[in-house]
Design a protein around this ligand. Structure first.
Ligand SMILES: Nc1ncnc2c1ncn2[C@@H]1O[C@H](COP(=O)(O)OP(=O)(O)OP(=O)(O)O)[C@@H](O)[C@H]1O
Ligand SMILES: [Mg+2]
Length: 570
């Protein structure tokens, strides 16, 4: 649109005058109630004085865009309210206007960040044309020297004839949170966002907790996890991840587990050969280091020579031998040598050994982490590598379907956290710089803010996504998390979210979590949250000089949450 053509103030749209100015809002006086009636102008409909409508105010140096939030009659006139009197403009209603942004009078499309001035008393108020509001929205997050590449996501709730077209950078550029009570429309919105990302040629990774995103997205690469075909091999996990699942007690079991892992790594590095040092030797039998009645020297010598490989923090050892190695660690240590079996240690480690055996023998877990097999070629990490590769121009959406992943042993949290950690390392490696990726996680409360806090184990958070939120924006890895319960998301992660898409929200604590995380959303707008309909949302964020109350368009591929319905007909 040509800047010069825009004249926000047209006398035919005149509504009234400002008669009071307060820091939070201004008041407008309508000389005649007739001005509040709706009218049609060149085929466009204006509903003059309805609550929620946009108005523009002509100040002396700046113009202002505002929204009517309240209409009222003076006390003296309220009593004589009748149909006839209202038609004959005998009433002098007034209204409150929330000022949303200010702009240069001579260059209306240049928006000023922050409100530094206010309109003066007597300033004229006009109904705002849809074009102006639309034009503002499409420029959010776009620098003056950049072109806008806005995509339509929906329309304004207050004025369905005004499309909401926004630049995706303004939504995802600083991470995005989609929140709202169940049935508010989060998943539909996520699907709409995915379609918009794909349409503009971007890549996205979707963590689909429930399997509801089963549509035919363009450039879809689908991975079903939990059916044994695609595995995130345990050797790609960190020791911490493994600890998270095994929960060793800190004083007695943790040191034995650490020793056993060290031993298995040593055994693998030495290819199962006996450890020799000068005249001493330690027997390695079927990959298990036999410490009983053995000198420590050969072990220690080998350990220090290979310390960086052994202490690399990853779980790259043979898990099938872990239970047996833990029992082999239960021996007395007399400084220079290991002697006989320590029955005390054995009894302390019984529960740990059974957890290890259990982990390795549970089919649901093996199908996710492959504890009984070697790493195969098509590991999930390989598939991720292939997807994000700059040369891969065909795949646009990588969907990781977690529908069949069980809830036991905190497998889901561990898996998603491990995927997060994998992406985090890729980002730190600058793998996304040339081709940025948005990671979308629906039902994020299932995965974030998880840590074990039991009486034995120190709290160890699964915080990969926290780190992604904190550091990965500059590396081109963006996060979009959708959840019913914002208070379940770690405060640190929430505070890193630049954009909020807030669907209907009723719970007081959730509303508080949102209002404390997004400073720009002012109280008036948040008042709309409990009354929003399906698919309607308040969109606010650092790149949004004003909050938008919009209805999202239905996505082409509708998520299918498949909530069982009660029969109401016979
Ligand atoms: N943009 C929209 N336009 C029209 N209808 C919508 C829109 N968004 C959601 N709906 C309706 O609301 C229903 C619930 O939407 P959705 O599944 O996205 O909610 P949700 O917030 O993800 O809920 P849950 O927390 O239970 O997953 C949908 O089945 C659909 O009928
Ligand atoms: Mg949903």
């Amino acid at each position: 649109m040509d800047n010069k053509k825009i004249n926000p103030f047209r006398h035919e749209y005149f509504l009234g005058y400002i008669n009071q100015v307060l820091p939070q809002y201004v008041k407008v006086h309508f000389p005649s109630s007739v001005l509040l009636n709706g009218f049609t102008h060149y085929g466009q409909e204006f509903n003059g004085g309805l609550v929620g409508s946009f108005v523009v105010i002509e100040g002396s140096k700046y113009g202002f865009l505002g929204r009517i939030t309240e209409l009222l009659l003076p006390e003296s006139e309220r009593l004589s309210l009748s149909e006839k009197a209202f038609q004959t403009s005998e009433f002098h209603p007034s209204g409150k206007i929330e000022i949303l942004l200010s702009f240069d009078l001579y260059d209306p499309l240049t928006v000023k960040k922050g409100l530094t001035t206010y309109p003066n008393i007597g300033a004229k108020v006009f109904v705002s044309s849809g074009d102006l509001v639309q034009e503002y929205m499409s420029r959010f997050g776009v620098r003056a020297d950049e072109n806008t590449n806005a995509i339509k996501l929906g329309y304004l709730v207050s004025s369905p004839n005004i499309d909401v077209k926004v630049n995706l950078q303004s939504i995802f550029g600083r991470h995005c949170a989609v929140v709202g009570t169940t049935g508010g429309g989060k998943s539909f919105t996520v699907s709409k966002l995915i379609e918009s990302l794909i349409k503009l040629g971007n890549k996205a990774i979707l963590i689909d907790a429930t399997g509801e995103y089963n549509g035919k997205y363009e450039g879809l690469k689908n991975i079903n996890i939990g059916d044994g075909k695609s595995v995130f091999h345990y050797s790609q996990l960190t020791i911490d991840d493994l600890f998270f699942m095994l929960k060793p007690s800190p004083r007695t079991q943790t040191p034995k587990l650490m020793e056993a892992i060290r031993s298995l790594k040593i055994s693998a590095l030495n290819k199962g050969e006996n450890l020799k040092h000068k005249n001493d030797e330690i027997v390695i039998d079927e990959g298990i280091i036999k410490k009983i009645n053995s000198p420590k020297k050969p072990y220690e010598a080998f350990y220090y020579r290979n310390i960086s490989k052994i202490e690399n923090g990853t779980a790259d050892f043979d898990f099938t031998k872990l239970a047996r190695q833990i029992s082999a660690e239960c021996v007395f240590d007399n400084g220079t040598a290991w002697s006989g079996i320590s029955n005390n240690d054995v009894s302390h480690c019984v529960s740990l050994i059974s957890r290890v055996t259990n982990l390795g023998n549970t089919p649901e877990l093996n199908q996710v982490f492959g504890f009984q097999e070697e790493k195969k070629e098509n590991d999930i990490t390989d598939l991720i590598d292939d997807f994000i590769s700059v040369d891969n121009k065909d795949d646009k959406l990588l969907r990781l379907n977690l529908k069949d992943v069980k809830y036991d042993f905190q497998v889901r949290e561990t898996l998603v956290n491990a995927i997060g950690k994998y992406l985090l390392n890729k980002a730190r490696n600058r793998d996304f710089e040339k081709s940025p990726v948005v990671v979308l996680i629906d039902e994020a409360h299932q995965f974030l803010n998880k840590s074990i806090k039991d009486e034995y184990f120190e709290s160890k958070p699964l915080d990969a996504f926290d780190s992604i939120a904190k550091e990965c924006r500059k590396y081109g890895l963006f996060l979009c998390i959708a959840t019913q319960m914002p208070r379940d998301i770690p405060k640190g992660t929430l505070s890193q979210m630049g954009t909020f898409i807030v669907h209907r929200l009723i719970n007081y604590n959730d509303k508080e979590a949102i209002s404390s995380a997004c400073s720009t959303a002012n109280k008036n707008t948040l008042d709309f949250l409990p009354i929003l309909g399906e698919g309607e949302a308040v969109v606010t964020g650092v790149d949004f000089p004003m909050p938008i109350i919009m209805k999202f368009e239905k996505p082409i591929e509708e998520p299918n949450s498949g909530t069982p319905k009660l029969n109401i007909n016979k």
